[in-house]
Design a protein around this ligand. Structure first.
Ligand code: HEM
Length: 134
C-alpha cells in the first residue's frame, strides 16, 4: 500500500514539474524542453508501473489496463506533438497535450485512492473473519 502511494506521489510530482516547465516554455519562451521531457518520461514511467500494479490487483484490472493505455497516449502525444496540426491550429495540439498531461496526474491519484480503499476493505474483512472465528 505504501509503495503504491509513493509511486503515485512520484508520478504526480514529476508531472507537476513537467507542467510548470511546459508552461514556462509556452508563456515565457524559456527553453527547458529537455528537462520537460525528462520529467515527463519519469511521470509516464511511474504511471506505467502503477498501471501494472493495478492490472495484477483484483478489482483494479480494468483501471490498470486503462492507465497503461493512457500513459502510452501521453507518451505518444508528447513525442509527436510538434508534428500534429501545424500552423494556425497548433494551439489545439498544445491545449490537448496540456489536458492529456493533467489527466495523467488525475489517473495516478485515482489508482492510489482505489488501491488504498481496496486494501483497507480487505484488511477489514480479514479482521471481521478472525473475530467471528474467535
Ligand atoms: C513524456 C511526456 C512528454 C513529452 C515527450 C513532452 C514533449 C513536449 C514538447 C516536445 C513540447 C514542445 C512543443 C513545441 O515545440 O511547441 C512540449 C510542450 C509542452 N508540454 Fe509537454 N511533453 C510531455 C509531457 C507533458 C505533460 C505530462 C504535461 C502537462 C502536465 C505537458 C505540458 C506541456 C506544456 C504546457 C507545453 C507548452 C505548450 C506546448 O507547446 O504544447 N507535457 N512538451
Amino acid at each position: 500500500m505504501r509503495a503504491v502511494h509513493i509511486i503515485s506521489w512520484i508520478a504526480r510530482v514529476a508531472l507537476m514539474v513537467t507542467l510548470v516547465l511546459g508552461l514556462l516554455f509556452w508563456i515565457a519562451q524559456m527553453s527547458l524542453i529537455s528537462l520537460h521531457i525528462l520529467f515527463g518520461l519519469l511521470g509516464v514511467l511511474s504511471l506505467l508501473v502503477l498501471g501494472m500494479v493495478a492490472v495484477f490487483t483484483r478489482g483494479l484490472r480494468l483501471l490498470g489496463v486503462g492507465s497503461i493505455a493512457y500513459a502510452l497516449i501521453v507518451l505518444a502525444f508528447g513525442l509527436t506533438q510538434d508534428m500534429i496540426l501545424e500552423g494556425n491550429l497548433y494551439w489545439l495540439t498544445q491545449a490537448a497535450h496540456l489536458l492529456v498531461g493533467i489527466g495523467a496526474m488525475a489517473v495516478a491519484l485515482v489508482i492510489d485512492k482505489r488501491y488504498r480503499h481496496l486494501k483497507l476493505a480487505s484488511l477489514e474483512e480479514k479482521r471481521e473473519g478472525k473475530l467471528k472465528i474467535a
